[in-house]
Design a protein around this ligand. Structure first.
Ligand SMILES: NC(=O)c1ccc[n+]([C@@H]2O[C@H](COP(=O)([O-])OP(=O)(O)OC[C@H]3O[C@@H](n4cnc5c(N)ncnc54)[C@H](O)[C@@H]3O)[C@@H](O)[C@H]2O)c1
Ligand SMILES: [Zn+2]
Ligand SMILES: [Zn+2]
Length: 496
């Protein structure tokens, strides 16, 4: 599945300003391609925003290398003549596109070391994204244009992203409002490429995690110690556009492609509100901490921040996917003595042992409600339960299986849009508490850097959640793994 990646090439003659500017006479030794050691001769256009070098390997495919611009410049400055008059003949729009979307010219010739008779090409103007055109149909890997960030937005280069069940629900659109064409993805890590007006706490080069629910730091929720439901930037699953102007930043030949959760990380570049971006320690490995961007923090926080199991307590976790196992990790972290895993997929049980789950219950093995089974094995019910399935019956069971007098149940799964939670009010009267949470009640900008530090200090483990890895062009495989119940988290590498 997935189309092969194709890139468009434009001869310089299509860009009048460049022909003029290409009166460049001499290009000395090129930069060394760090991956292959192959010598290149990119014609370097000296704009401070140029931070990517696209080089062509005439024998193989096009590859993208991220180089340190300053180092590149220092190494090559004496040999490269900088284009100076490139603005000539360009509208500011073309200019903007060039500055923000490409960066470089380079020459292609039978003999790569000659420059006199070069044929220059301007590299593609778009970025590669996985576009979902229709509910339940494989994503299509294709070029999209990604507009520059507007006020209070950042554009970031995604390096790693992973698939969460929430992407799958909205892609299937069986129980959710369909919004297509759309770019899914909300669990990711990357690097800020550029920032829009008014963004002061993020700069190009920052290592960041985008988060589907934001933190403006000014609203009544952000000012409350108890809430992460920012009035401005709280999760909105139906909105496919940016807040600043109600427009999408993605397009293909002028057709808008909608955003998802304000993050749309299944794209080489994406535009996100700066309030939905957490700056993290640059030493953190992005291919691991990307799962903090949703799954891990959601489950871990649901336990640690919301359920708050006392030491020695018994915790039930419904749904043993990455979110549920993160909730189990939270139970272990809190010192729970029994963690009961509930899942209808028995293949999850073996794996869940690594996450401190001590007992397993498969509701399918019983002909009575699972809450009754749990009440029997726990002498009246669990102290805490965390629901991470999205199934409304599991939600009801998760509530009804907590002990009367003190039991607390926390709902995390995203339900079908028509789901109705039904229980007898006496279950509340007998002093059970029902709560729910997005993103484990973490305030993304304030709290996420600290969770990253916990990982770096080895207080929490992320590696065990990563069961699969695929290259971006194989992104549809990540959907298959999740649908078949095979994966916890499948990391999608963008640079391959
Ligand atoms: N509240 C939030 O902020 C938030 C954030 C991320 C994900 N989510 C939601 O959390 C849920 C879990 O996400 P995930 O990525 O771990 O998904 P996943 O598909 O990897 O795991 C879900 C697990 O639940 C099990 N399950 C399904 N129905 C069940 C039932 N009736 N009883 C017991 N087990 C059942 C499945 O077998 C599976 O193992 C999804 O609903 C997702 O949309 C919520
Ligand atoms: Zn998620
Ligand atoms: Zn706010």
């Amino acid at each position: 599945m997935g189309n092969p990646i194709q890139r468009r090439w434009f001869p310089v003659s299509g860009f009048p300003g460049l022909l003029h500017a290409s009166a460049l006479q001499k290009v000395g030794e090129g930069a060394v391609d760090p991956a292959s050691g192959f010598i290149r001769q990119p014609l370097f256009w000296g704009r401070p925003t140029c931070s990517y070098i696209f080089s062509i390997n005439t024998r193989e495919h096009l590859r993208l290398h991220h180089l340190n611009l300053r180092r590149f410049r220092e190494e090559t400055a004496k040999n490269f003549q900088v284009f100076r008059n490139v603005e000539h003949g360009w509208s500011s729009h073309q200019m903007q596109r060039f500055v923000s979307h490409s960066s470089l010219l380079f020459c292609k010739h039978d003999d790569l070391y000659l420059i006199d008779e070069f044929l220059a090409f301007l590299l593609f103007l778009g970025y590669i994204a996985a576009v979902s055109w229709e509910a339940g149909k494989p994503l299509v890997i294709q070029e999209v244009e990604v507009a520059p960030p507007q006020a209070m937005e950042v554009r970031m280069k995604i390096l790693f992203t992973s698939l969460c069940h929430t992407d799958v629900y909205f892609w299937e659109a069986k129980g959710q409002e369909p919004v297509f064409p759309r770019i899914f993805g909300h669990e990711a890590a990357g690097i800020v490429e550029s920032v829009g007006e008014g963004v002061t706490d993020l700069a190009p080069g920052d290592h960041v995690l985008p988060v589907f629910t934001g933190e403006c730091k000014e609203c009544i929720h952000c000012l409350s110690a108890e809430s992460n439901m920012c009035t401005l930037l709280r999760i909105d699953t139906d909105r496919g556009v940016m807040l600043a102007d109600g427009q999408s930043r993605f397009s293909i030949n002028g057709q808008p492609i909608y955003h998802f959760l304000g993050t749309s990380t299944f794209s080489e570049y994406t535009v996100v509100h700066s309030g939905c971006v957490a700056k993290i320690n640059p030493l953190a490995p992005l291919d691991k901490v990307c799962i903090l961007s949703c799954g891990f923090c959601t489950g871990f926080g649901a336990t640690v921040n919301v359920a708050k199991p006392p030491k020695g307590s018994t915790v039930a976790v419904f749904g043993l996917g990455a979110v549920g196992l993160s909730a189990a990790e939270g139970a272990r972290y809190s010192g729970a003595s029994r963690v009961i895993g509930v899942d209808i997929n028995p293949n999850r049980f073996e794996e869940a042992k690594k996450f401190g789950v001590t007992e397993f219950v498969n509701p399918k093995d019983y002909d009575k409600p699972v809450q009754e089974v749990i009440a029997e094995i726990t002498n009246g019910g669990v102290d805490r339960s965390i629901e991470c399935t999205g199934n409304v019956n599991a939600m009801i069971s998760a509530f009804e299986c907590v002990h009367d007098g003190w039991g607390v149940a926390v709902l995390v799964g995203v339900p079908h849009k028509d789901a109705v939670f039904k229980t007898h009010p006496v279950n509340f009267l007998s002093e059970r508490t029902l709560k729910g949470t997005f993103y484990g009640n973490f305030k993304p900008r304030t709290d996420l850097p600290g969770v990253v530090e916990k990982y770096l200090n080895k207080e929490i483990e992320l590696e065990k959640f990563i069961t699969h890895e695929v290259s971006f062009s194989d992104i549809n495989k990540a959907f298959d793994y999740m649908l078949q119940g095979d994966s916890l988290r499948c990391i999608i590498r963008m640079d391959d």
